[in-house]
Design a protein. Structure first.
Length: 390
């Protein structure tokens, strides 16, 4: 099949650690190509930066006024940001029309409902090309806060031929918004173990790892205070943190205070080599978020055979209760998190091995692709029809 992926999240190259969900999109596109499909990705340009197409995938970058800004950071009520969003839709439509003229796709996969789904819905209305929408948390939690954008999301979901969500709770929310079924389809990436670099980390202390944005929603302040409590109780251990964001200054300042000095190492955004190397070297991944669905680093840890400590938000707690590959703590509870850290450090970690393997298979990108492909078939004709109202 000729498959077009429309997304606002795509890495410039393998070293683009800021791509977040785009790292999964890249691996999904490559895996589709390995299955024998012709894959084209249409995505807004992120300048400056050296671009590199993934193996077997053609990437069409279109210009827009937002530059390297992420869509979730744009404020629709701000004139400059609103203008950037308008430019994205206009330039995205132009890029898609150029693609249609040269190599008409059989199916379009929109990652995510906004803005990709809106572009895909327009393409279906004009050319009758079927499309799938894969919803991300921002489709509901960010854009759903604004009445106009919420209406856009609802119309996109009802126009789509297939709708999925990358979280269990998110799928239920999408169903309520769209009044149609929305199965859970997990997002994950394939880590390259060949990138692992040996790290000279102390062998006599338990090593915790955090990878994510330094932002309030990610609970980095809770993690630092829990680590301080863990250390105050006389436990040996070290926390390695990788990320960036609005709390970058706070994270570095808090880690430098006497109670955490020499117990916390703070780094910047982590590329794949850093992620696999530290997951290999560390003993446990901690995700202390205040709000979350299922971050990609969750399945990264499972793939690398590492147990997790997660806050009971979104789907993480539910997944670990169903398949206990780690510990679950209440969000924003530093005492509970410190106790879980001690339990993980001094308990039997082998008990998490079998559940981790079972969850890993559920998140396998090839398994996910085959699930999706069974729902779509190459069209024998491509009539120009309007989307059916649901």
């Amino acid at each position: 099949m000729r498959i077009c992926i429309i997304t606002s999240s795509f890495p410039l190259n393998p070293a683009d650690a800021r791509a977040a969900a785009g790292l999964f999109v890249k691996d999904f596109a490559v895996a589709l190509a390995e299955e024998g499909h012709r894959v084209t990705v249409v995505t807004p340009d992120k300048r400056p930066g050296e671009k590199e197409d993934p193996p077997g995938v053609s990437v069409r970058w279109f210009p827009w006024l937002g530059g390297r800004q992420t869509l979730s950071s744009l404020r629709p009520y701000h004139p400059i940001d609103a203008l950037a969003m308008v430019s994205l839709f206009r330039q995205g439509r132009r890029a898609l029309e150029e693609l249609i003229a040269r190599d008409r796709p059989d199916h379009v996969l929109a990652m995510w409902a906004v803005p990709a789904g809106r572009l895909a819905a327009g393409l279906r209305a004009r050319h009758g090309i079927p499309f799938t929408v894969w919803c991300l948390g921002s489709d509901i939690w960010t854009y759903g806060r604004y009445p106009v954008l919420r209406g856009v999301v609802r119309r996109v979901l009802r126009a789509a031929d297939l709708v999925y969500a990358d979280g269990l709770d998110l799928a239920a929310r999408v169903e309520r918004l769209s009044a149609r079924p929305c199965p859970f389809l997990p997002s994950s990436r394939r880590l390259n173990r060949g990138l692992i670099q040996p790290l000279n980390l102390p062998a006599d202390e338990f090593k915790f790892l955090f990878v994510g944005r330094y932002a309030p929603v990610k609970g980095v302040d809770v993690l630092l205070e829990a680590t301080a409590r863990y250390v105050q109780e006389g436990h040996r251990g070290h926390l390695y943190m990788f990320g960036g964001g609005p709390l970058d200054g706070y994270v570095r300042e808090r880690a430098a205070r006497p109670d955490l000095r020499d117990r916390v190492t703070v780094g910047g955004y982590a590329d794949e080599q850093v992620v696999v190397s530290y997951l290999e070297a560390c003993d446990c991944l901690v995700i202390p978020s205040r709000m979350e669905s299922i971050p990609v680093i969750f399945s990264d840890a499972l793939q690398m055979g590492r147990p997790l400590i997660v806050s009971d938000v979104g789907d993480m707690g539910r997944l670990l209760r169903e398949c206990p590959a780690g510990l679950v703590v209440p969000p924003e509870d530093t005492a509970a998190l410190a106790r879980a850290m001690a339990d993980m450090a001094f308990g039997d970690r082998q008990r998490y091995d079998d559940p981790a393997r079972k969850l890993t298979e559920r998140f396998n990108v090839v398994t996910v692709i085959k699930t999706w492909l069974t729902q779509i078939t190459p069209p024998t004709t491509s009539p120009a029809v309007s989307p059916v109202s649901r």
